[in-house]
Design a protein around this ligand. Structure first.
Ligand code: M6R
Length: 605
């Protein structure tokens, strides 16, 4: 959840650390800090609040001279967001400073022992045990000290460490939390993710669990958990700098919404060649699969909900869905005939990782659909299909979700063909449909200004309902999540037919109901539900196909998407829902890219 960065080079480190932290701010943004090693002394500045406050307090880093530094932006877990709980943490003797992303699960036990040994704790964090352990076990050799403390820590961590006896050096190690090393010219770096590095370098090394790095301005040495130096491949990041910039948009979220046609095209095009879907090197024995289980969290889970319909429809394989946070503890019925599909934009979501490990142990084959190359989930999976959304910075996912849906569509058609469940002409029609999605998404964007105006009628609401049936219901789930997470308006999604079993009691004069009625097979039924809520006073905003006069007559407001006679049509519906949430949040003056209490990458369970 937190973001960490480290820099060592010839220039002043603090301005570079501030820039890196700004790029990582979406990972957590309630407090921040920098530690700079200069002339054998570690200086620390911390603030409660955003990186802007840290910039101000350090005068853009100029008050903190020194060429070696580490920094942290926090999403509080243990202890409130205060200056004292903010990282970096300093050892009692002032020789070590530590930044940490993750959770040290056995910190209570370690803390009691350290207190008994006389160490004084300043903060309520789990992290602080690390810095005192460093002080306790350091005998002049950082390598053995890091190995020693790693053997004592349980949980997840990416750690950046400064030691006054090692000038110009930063140390980094990890376990179940991401850490990437950046290779510059006369300067080197580490960061929680590549967005903090691409302004400086596109050459990176992905550190694996248990490895640690010793970083100087001229070289990066990596060691395995036994302390032997190892050589690791350098990867080239193909995200460009602009991809992680706002590029003139007021918010990353709006930029990322408008990038969706391009992102979906990038995800589709390389995989459709000569009238066939080529799914990278996927060689799953689909014949031997008796059940597909999809797991994920949040929006990725909702992409899975939409994916279930299409996979079942085309492949006729039963598809179950379970939230990753529930699956892990549900004693799941899984065997080696189960294919687990794991969806994750970041590839670092702790609940998803835990569920995946649980299912793997029970024999499931795992297919990950992930955006971030080299992420934990991508590395753990038996098979990985990347979405090519590029960096997603806004906390609310948009292009991450649509590209996940796109890969699920590709997989469904691919699997249906291999399993012989569709005829050749249907297969080629489905490929044409897939290829037409980017253009249709672009056309859907034409509703932008209409949606902006419509939002003016709804933004003062306290509560909203999103309804739909079948695939429309799957999209309603994601629409409601978008609305609540960025506008803080209570929004619930319901299967439209389920309202009358209780929830309809909440509908009264003026209650906004966003009704999705694009699914032509079930539209008449949804229309009846629209009538039911309208007769109880609801104000209905319908999302429907652009030639649907009947729905236009029923609803108070209508937003249309292009007619698309395809099982992939639901993907178009998400655009108006994302834009509606965006404009409602904007009218309410919300911090759209960094909603309260949230962080982009949820690396704690
Ligand atoms: O990185 P992941 O896709 O694994 O993240 C899962 C959820 O935390 C994520 O989709 C979250 O719900 C979104 N921020 C919602 O917009």
């Amino acid at each position: 959840m937190c973001g960490i960065v480290g820099f060592t080079g010839m220039d002043n480190a603090a301005p570079n650390i501030l820039e890196g932290l700004e790029k990582l701010e979406y990972r957590g943004y309630d407090s921040a800090g920098i530690a700079v090693l200069n002339d054998g002394i570690i200086n620390i500045t911390k603030v409660t609040g955003r990186i802007a406050a840290l910039r101000e307090k350090t005068e853009n880093g100029e008050l903190m001279p020194g060429t070696t530094a580490i920094g942290h932006t926090r999403w509080a877990t243990h202890g409130a967001p205060t200056d004292t709980n903010a990282h970096p943490h300093l050892s009692n003797d002032g020789r070590f400073a530590v930044v940490h992303n993750g959770i040290i699960e056995n910190y209570m036990e370690l803390k009691s022992k350290l207190i008994e040994s006389g160490y004084i704790f300043e903060s309520e964090t789990d992290t602080e045990v690390v810095v005192h352990l460093l002080e306790k076990y350091y005998k002049g050799d950082m390598h053995s000290c890091i190995r020693k403390i790693a053997s004592k820590l349980k949980g997840s961590y990416a750690l950046g460490i400064l030691c006054t006896e090692n000038p110009n050096k930063i140390f980094a190690t990890k376990q179940s939390s991401p850490l990437i090393l950046g290779i510059g010219a006369g300067e080197n770096y580490f960061a929680s993710d590549v967005t903090a590095l691409i302004n400086y370098t596109q050459n990176v090394i992905y550190l694996e669990d248990g490895e640690f790095a010793e970083i100087t301005p001229d070289e990066i040495k990596i060691f395995d958990c036994a302390g032997y130096e190892i050589k690791k491949p350098v990867s080239r990041v193909n995200w460009d700098i602009q991809a992680a910039e706002k590029g003139g948009y007021e918010h990353f979220m709006l930029k990322e919404i408008t990038e969706q046609p391009r992102a979906v095209k990038a995800t589709l095009t390389p995989r459709i060649k000569d009238g066939k879907i080529m799914l990278d090197n996927l060689n799953i024995e689909l014949d031997g699969i008796s059940k597909i289980l999809i797991t994920a969290c949040g929006s990725a889970y909702y992409a899975g909900c939409a994916g279930k319909y299409i996979i079942e429809k085309l492949c006729r394989i039963p598809v179950e869905l379970q939230l990753a946070s529930e699956l892990r503890y549900s004693d799941p019925i899984i065997d080696n005939k189960t294919l687990l599909i794991v969806l994750s934009q970041s590839g670092e979501t702790a609940d998803t990782i835990a569920a995946m490990k649980e299912c793997s142990q029970r024999g499931a084959k795992t297919l990950a659909i992930v955006n971030v190359v080299g992420s934990t989930i991508a590395n753990l999976a038996d098979y990985t299909l990347y979405t090519h959304a590029g960096p997603e910075i806004a906390v609310a996912t948009t292009k991450g979700y649509t590209t996940q849906l796109t890969v699920l569509y590709l997989f469904a058609v691919y699997a249906a063909e291999i399993l012989g469940r569709i005829e050749a002409d249907e297969y080629s029609k489905l490929l044409d449909d897939l290829m037409s999605i980017p253009k249709l998404l672009q056309n859907t964007m034409d509703m932008n200004s209409k949606i902006e105006n419509t939002a003016k009628k709804y933004y003062t609401s306290d509560s909203m309902f999103f309804i739909g049936r079948n695939t429309d219901y799957a999209l309603a789930l994601e629409g409601a999540l978008k609305m609540k997470e960025i506008s803080y308006i209570h929004a619930e999604s319901y299967a439209a037919g389920e309202l009358k079993h209780g929830t309809i009691a909440l509908i009264s004069e003026g209650t906004p109901v966003i009704a999705l009625a694009c699914n032509q097979d079930i539209k008449e039924k949804t229309m009846s539900n629209i009538v039911e809520v309208k007769s109880r006073g609801a104000r209905v905003l319908a999302v429907s196909l652009n030639d649907d006069k009947n729905i236009a007559m029923l609803a108070n407001d209508i937003i249309t998407v292009p007619k698309f006679d395809s099982p992939f049509a639901p993907i178009l519906e998400i655009i108006p829902l994302q834009l509606m949430a965006y404009y409602v949040a904007k009218l309410n003056g919300c911090d759209i890219d960094k909603p309260k209490n949230l962080a982009k990458s949820v690396t704690v369970e």
